[in-house]
Design a protein around this ligand. Structure first.
Ligand SMILES: NS(=O)(=O)c1ccc2oc(=S)[nH]c2c1
Ligand SMILES: [Zn+2]
Length: 268
């Protein structure tokens, strides 16, 4: 099959449009958040963003070959309000990072990169049967983005880090025994920017309402180093990517033009 997409020169973001034409679309993510362009919107202020997660429903963590991903049983979760119509359910959460902590976030703010970015992926359960179906519709998905900056060790993310040694190679997965509470990974203040975009990984479906919190959350250098210890190839196979012995040292997509899309903000 065609070389699997990834983040190296050979299979990275600038090659994705070859096999995934949507990646060259006009509603792509991530984007640079030009804070001067953001318009505050009273309708956002009048419908506060509200979420409910069930920590016991975080099921498994897997090495997708593109990073770690915690898959969640959607039942019992919900995200409503803000720019959203209807109810969205949590499907999974994962992270993007760089080879050093001066880069790694997908969204940038006035051109500034952060060390990493956490994504909580939700699907519109008011209109669609599951995440896969929802991903094919412009109002199908919502991703809550949290910017991560270097600082104190993040106790909730530490529960993910502790599982990384058991999913070191692509395809490996393990049960999440100690419940991880997604709500504890969100910032204290809930101000955010929102715009219409896409998945930041192939097939780059233009089906995501992005909600990016303004306040970064802290993570330690050691925790970032643990992310970079994941390998992008299967145990027993040789490394297909020309990354330093197949370590997933970087898995963020560079920003795409906002174009004529509206960028709204809620809260200061
Ligand atoms: N990076 S992202 O746009 O939040 C995103 C959204 C949905 C996904 O499904 C898989 S699998 N990986 C994904 C990444
Ligand atoms: Zn992501």
């Amino acid at each position: 099959s065609a070389a699997e997409w990834g983040y190296t020169k050979r299979n990275g973001p600038f090659t994705w449009a070859k096999n995934y034409p949507t990646a060259a679309g006009i509603r792509q993510s991530p984007v640079d958040i030009d804070t001067a362009l953001a318009t505050s919107d009273s309708s956002l202020e009048s419908k506060p963003l509200r979420w409910k997660y069930v920590p016991q429903n975080t099921r498994t963590i897997v090495n997708s070959g593109h990073g770690w991903r915690v898959d969640v049983d959607s039942e019992g979760s919900e995200l409503v309000g803000g720019p959203l119509e209807g109810t969205y359910k949590l499907q999974q959460f994962h992270c993007h990072w760089g080879s050093s902590s001066d880069k790694g976030s997908e969204h940038t703010v006035d051109g500034q990169s952060y060390a990493a970015e956490l994504h909580l992926v939700h699907w519109n359960s008011s209109k669609y049967a599951d995440c896969g179906e929802a991903a094919d519709y412009p109002d199908g998905l919502t991703v809550l983005g949290v910017l991560l900056k270097v600082g104190a060790k993040n106790p909730e993310l530490q529960k993910v880090i502790d599982l990384i040694p058991s999913i070191s190679h692509r395809g490996e997965k393990t049960e999440v025994k100690e419940a991880i509470d997604p709500a504890k990974m969100l910032p204290k203040t809930l101000s955010y920017w929102t715009y219409l975009g896409s998945l930041t990984v192939p097939p780059c479906n233009e089906s995501v309402t992005w909600i990016l919190f303004k306040e970064p959350v802290e993570v330690s250098e050691e925790q970032l180093a643990a992310f970079r210890s994941l390998r992008c190839y299967k145990r027993g196979e040789e490394c297909p990517c020309d990354e330093v012995d197949g370590l997933l040292i970087s898995n963020y997509r560079p920003t795409l033009p906002l174009g004529t899309r509206e960028l709204r903000e809620c809260g200061s």
